[in-house]
Design a protein. Sequence first.
Length: 149
Amino acid sequence: MVKRKSYISDYCPSARALDVIGDWWSLLIVRDAFDGITRFSDFQKNLGIARNILSARLRTLVDRRILEVAPIAEGGARQEYRLTRMGRDLFPVMVALRHFGECHLFAPDEKRSRLVEASTGKAVTLVVTTEDGRPVGASDTTVLKVSED
């Protein structure tokens, strides 16, 4: 098996974040965790993922502090997976992926799930802003690279 290159020491925050997240299965697990799924069997049923792959991804997400393991309230040896603060900070990433999918991967009248505010039912939108609240797009920004001097 080929060892994957690590970007954990890279100067790019995107590369480091992807190093922690891992792969698309991991993002789907995080998506399901945001939807309230906490148990191994429910992740497996919802994703249709093999037990060994799910075990490995959950272990990695716990090791990387995206999820934490907690005993199930009803006692016994069973456990559940909960998003940590770091995991909950992935919410804007998940909204951005959803926004991309909604804009580019569905026909205009095609059925799809919707993300809404729980208390009002209003659609959640994605706006990228500067520190002072002004909306910006890709053409309005630049990355200040780190020099290795």
